[in-house]
Design a protein around this ligand. Structure first.
Ligand SMILES: Nc1ncnc2c1ncn2[C@@H]1O[C@H](COP(=O)(O)OP(=O)(O)OP(=O)(O)O)[C@@H](O)[C@H]1O
Length: 205
């Protein structure tokens, strides 16, 4: 998935969050968006997901030389972010099965295998509401990383994870998502050390 931004700007009321942003995210490459709290990283990520309208400029998505319209981009991406909720009434198995109806999981890996890999096999049939915050983050990450889509958007992906969780996250990216276009919004190098490109949003103010 290639994403081309041409003179993109976003403002909330009178405040421009970023402006005159022209940038091309290339297919299969990995990008980090960095910047201080409140600088606009999440806002930019949501604009890249097509879930937040921009105030000026143009965003174009392209997959294998074919333009993807803004209303269908959602089918081509997976996102893990603090503002994307899990369904607490479901168990982990139900949650992944539910998502699978809209976005298939990667081929060649079963639900049981996924739950084992992320260390939730023993909690697979427990309602997510009884999960710890780190367990919830693991299921969110699994849902995004194991979705069979070409674009992966991650906002503060290791929130609530312990050291083993950071290692797991990096292994999941390496083993299951390396070929995708990945854009990570973060200020923690441990969340984006695999990104060849680091963008400071402060350069687009
Ligand atoms: N819906 C909204 N309406 C008005 N202002 C908003 C809205 N969403 C975000 N903002 C403002 O836009 C700015 C950028 O917020 P954003 O969440 O994108 O920052 P961030 O860089 O991701 O921050 P953090 O590192 O704290 O997560 C902030 O000043 C925020 O208050």
């Amino acid at each position: 998935m290639t994403i081309k931004l041409s003179n993109v700007g976003k403002r909330f009321n009178r405040d421009w969050i970023f402006r005159n942003t022209s940038y091309t995210f290339l297919a299969g490459h990995h990008y980090a968006i960095t910047g201080s709290n409140g600088s606009g990283k999440s806002t930019l990520l949501q604009a890249l997901a097509g879930s937040l309208g921009i105030s000026e400029g143009k965003i174009e998505w392209e997959l294998n030389d074919r333009a993807i319209t803004p209303d269908s981009i959602y089918n081509q991406l997976a996102i893990a972010a603090p503002y994307v909720e899990v369904i607490e009434e479901m168990t982990a198995v139900e949650f992944l099965l539910f998502h699978q109806q809209f976005k298939p999981l990667l081929k060649g890996i079963s639900l049981d295998e996924i739950l084992f890999i992320i260390g939730l096999d023993k909690a697979a049939h427990k309602q997510i509401r009884y999960y710890s915050s780190g367990m919830k983050q693991r299921i969110k990450l699994a849902q995004a990383i194991f979705s069979n889509v070409p674009l992966l958007l991650l906002d503060e992906p290791c929130t609530n994870l312990d050291l083993a969780g950071f290692d797991l996250y990096n292994k999941l990216i390496r083993d299951y998502a390396n070929y995708k276009t990945i854009i990570v919004s973060s200020n923690d190098i441990n969340e984006y050390s695999f990104c060849e490109n680091v963008i400071s949003i402060m350069d687009y103010k």
